[in-house]
Design a protein around this ligand. Structure first.
Ligand code: CU
Length: 151
């Protein structure tokens, strides 16, 4: 004996999928930045910066460029086998985060227009493929500063 309910159930699934497809995109990337700091640079021309980008949204985004009024250029570097390598587009996964930390990913400020000193604040703008730019006020810490790791 066959039950006619199956055809009705399949139709209901089709309606649900159509409902998903008509989503107007309000579940895009939701980015926030925490833990930003710059160790006071020892060099007159270059400085490093660290921060964590969190994405609370359901869509992946990409960090495409970084700008700062104190530097002629800011690049994203990753560290592989203790050698630095420039990264063009850095993925920020959906419901995930990207951490920049000493010995790993870092921002590289080049062609410094002035040398940041401990106590200064450096303004940095992060540009993304999807989300609006995020401005970060990055405090300058002592050259040897490392954030608490929570151990
Ligand atoms: Cu570097």
């Amino acid at each position: 004996m066959r039950r006619p309910g199956i055809a009705a159930a399949v139709t209901a699934v089709g309606v649900l999928l159509a409902g998903c497809g008509s989503d107007d995109g309000d579940s895009g990337p939701e980015l926030s930045v925490s833990g930003a700091y710059m160790p006071q640079p020892v060099s007159d021309s270059m400085a490093a910066g660290f921060l964590t980008i969190e994405n609370g949204g359901g869509t992946e985004d990409e960090l495409t460029s970084v700008t700062s009024d104190i530097a002629g250029a800011v690049t994203v570097h990753e560290t592989v086998d203790s050698a630095m390598r420039e990264v063009k587009n850095l993925a920020v996964p959906a419901d995930g985060q990207v951490a920049f930390k000493s010995g790993g990913n870092h921002l590289m400020f080049e062609k410094l227009k002035r040398k940041p000193k401990q106590g200064d604040t450096v303004s940095v703008v992060l540009h993304f493929a999807e989300a609006d730019p995020v401005t970060v006020e990055m405090p300058v810490k002592p050259a040897t500063y490392t954030p608490a790791t929570g151990h």
